[in-house]
Design a protein around this ligand. Structure first.
Ligand SMILES: NC(=O)c1ccc[n+]([C@@H]2O[C@H](COP(=O)([O-])OP(=O)(O)OC[C@H]3O[C@@H](n4cnc5c(N)ncnc54)[C@H](OP(=O)(O)O)[C@@H]3O)[C@@H](O)[C@H]2O)c1
Length: 244
């Protein structure tokens, strides 16, 4: 599929996986709305480094986030073709420590990962349906498929996004395709201090390493470029799910 001239929003693209997806899409001729909530200067720098990109500062939890970022895409480019829901948050809590996983923490994680994503999808629906080949790509997690992940609230939020992907793929077809990449461990600033987890992953996963952001961006591009894929959750885990 020729992506030249298309327009994408990539939430949480000042760093890690989102940045790699923004770079990969730009290399295919896509104009990208880069976003972050705290790292404003880094987000601006990423946008400045990408041809045709623009930066939007805000949290997916902000009340008007969805309408404002979609409006920016429409005002600047006149269209929106691809929505990548990548922004996410977690807390590291042992799965056996139920007392530490308070309702407040559940709300904090669901506010970003699930409700923020849902609000943006609602705000983007009309623009995505207006053009040919609108699509949504959700960055979920192996934690939403298997009994793993940084905490139960996080894993459950990603399971919700996996199911949301399938529900929306069915309900928005044929106008809008909806897919997800569900990575295992990826080397990003998020996991920079997780050496024990990385070493354990390298020992257990059949492909003997964690993923790079390029691995994830390449998978995102495969889903985006294939016009016959919808409702697909691409489990990108180096074979780890074969082991658990
Ligand atoms: N790394 C892994 O092993 C792994 C595995 C599976 C899935 N994932 C998923 O991949 C996604 C990206 O993670 P990453 O590892 O690339 O992390 P990262 O390097 O820390 O990047 C996270 C990005 O999201 C932004 N962000 C966080 N909260 C936001 C909010 N409320 N609104 C808008 N932007 C927000 C961050 O910028 P600000 O903080 O400035 O807002 C940053 O740009 C997450 O959804 C994560 O769950 C990661």
């Amino acid at each position: 599929m020729d992506l030249t001239g298309k327009v994408a929003i990539v939430t949480g693209s000042s760093s890690g996986i989102g940045q790699a997806i923004a770079e990969t899409l730009t290399a295919r001729g896509v104009r990208v709305v880069v976003n972050s909530s705290k790292s404003k200067e880094k987000g601006k720098a990423v946008a400045d480094s990408l041809e045709g990109a623009v930066y939007f500062h805000g949290s997916v939890t902000d009340d008007n986030f969805g309408t404002d970022i979609v409006q920016l895409a429409i005002e600047k480019y006149g269209r929106l073709d691809i929505l990548v829901n990548n922004a996410g948050t977690t807390r590291v809590i042992a799965h056996s420590d139920l007392q530490a996983a308070t309702t407040e923490i559940w709300r904090e994680i669901f506010d970003v990962n699930v409700f923020g994503t849902w609000s943006l999808i609602r705000a983007a629906q009309e623009a995505l349906e207006a053009g040919p080949g609108g699509q949504i790509l959700n960055i979920t997690s192996l934690a939403g498929i298997r009994q793993t992940g940084s905490s139960i609230p996080y894993a459950t939020s990603k399971a919700a996004l996996n199911h949301l992907t399938k529900l929306l793929a069915a309900s928005l077809a044929p106008k809008v395709r909806v897919n997800a990449v569900a990575p295992g461990l990826v080397d990003t600033p998020w996991t920079k201090d997780w050496d024990d987890v990385r070493n354990a992953y390298s020992k257990t996963a059949p492909l003997q390493r964690s993923a790079t952001t390029k691995d994830v961006a390449d998978s995102a591009l495969q889903l985006i470029e294939n016009p016959y894929l919808t409702g697909t959750i691409l489990c990108l885990d180096g074979g780890m799910s074969l082991k658990r």
